[in-house]
Design a binder for this molecule. Structure first.
Ligand code: NDP
Ligand code: 8X3
Length: 253
């Protein structure tokens, strides 16, 4: 039986893609789930199919007060969070920096960096107090490389990489673990968001090769969470077989 049974797992960005897949995989292991995202109906639909205890937090992670208040007012039975999956994030556009949309930059920075920090600051202290916990950040190949038009998004994912390393240093004298899963191309709603709902352009990102699915990434996340307490997987980079680096993707046709 999995060691994840009855563990409390908080997953941000659970209404779609990688986060929803993580929710399904942790549910298969019998975990109890706190699911966070803005779209409440999506969370409700997902929760209805999971067959485990679920607590929903409909929340914009950019709103620091909302994050702090929601976490501070969790019911007693949900306070002892064992695993925090910092997954929520997005990209906007692929413009050159000097032509970029500043609102899009702020959305990326406020979500991918500041949102991750707000929730981490709210959750990690109780993990430290209990001497138990695992933080799993979802970074990206964009946290290791910079590609044309990736500028601000890549900067936010480089920041996630730095924050993962910083957390690991800060928590080294505790039993807590810190990990990152850094995927290449995963077919989710990510490109639809990046291209502001342009479905055709989004679909073209995943044509001519087999991209990763949310499940592929979620399997890595659950594997990392299920290692024995003395084993800390620092980093997993996971790419489609047809992808060699951020820019090198072998496409047929
Ligand atoms: P999706 O667009 O499918 O999912 C993004 C999730 O983030 C949604 O659940 C969304 O929920 C949530 N989210 C976005 N903004 C906020 C916010 N302000 N407050 C709360 N939740 C928010 O994309 P993916 O599943 O692909 O992305 C998940 C993570 O994986 C991101 O961090 C992304 O950078 C990373 N990643 C993705 C890759 C890919 O190729 N797809 C590759 C590498 C990394 P809602 O809109 O309901 O709030
Ligand atoms: C998402 C993958 O290659 O668009 O992080 O940056 S990529």
């Amino acid at each position: 039986m999995s060691d994840l049974k009855d563990r409390i797992v908080l997953i941000t960005g659970a209404s779609s893609g990688i986060g929803a897949a993580c929710a399904r995989k942790f549910a298969e292991c019998g975990a109890r789930l706190i699911l966070v995202a803005r779209r409440k109906e999506r969370l409700e639909q997902l929760a209805a199919d999971l067959g485990v205890e679920v607590h929903l937090l409909s929340l914009d992670l950019r709103d620091r007060t909302a994050v702090e208040d929601s976490l501070a007012s969790l019911p007693e039975a949900w306070r002892a969070i064992d695993i925090l999956v910092n997954n929520a994030g997005l990209s906007r556009g692929l413009d050159k920096l000097h032509e970029g949309d500043i609102d899009g930059w702020e959305e990326m920075i406020d979500t991918n960096i500041k949102g991750l920090l707000y929730i981490s600051r709210a959750v990690i202290p109780q993990m430290v107090n209990r001497g138990r916990g695992h933080i799993i950040n979802i970074g990206s190949i964009a946290g290791h490389e910079v590609y044309p038009g990736g500028n601000i998004y890549c900067a936010t994912k480089h920041a996630v990489d730095a924050l993962t390393k910083g957390m690991r240093i800060d928590l080294v004298d505790t039993p807590l673990r810190v990990s990152t899963v850094d995927p290449g191309l995963v077919e989710t709603e990510f490109s639809q968001v990046r291209f502001n709902g342009d479905k055709k352009r989004a679909e073209s990102v995943y044509k001519g090769y087999q991209p990763l699915t949310g499940d592929d990434v979620a399997e890595a996340v659950v594997w990392i969470a299920d290692r024995p307490p003395h084993v800390q997987i620092a980093e997993v980079i996971i790419l489609p077989t047809a992808q060699a680096s951020a820019m090198v993707v072998h496409k047929e046709g």
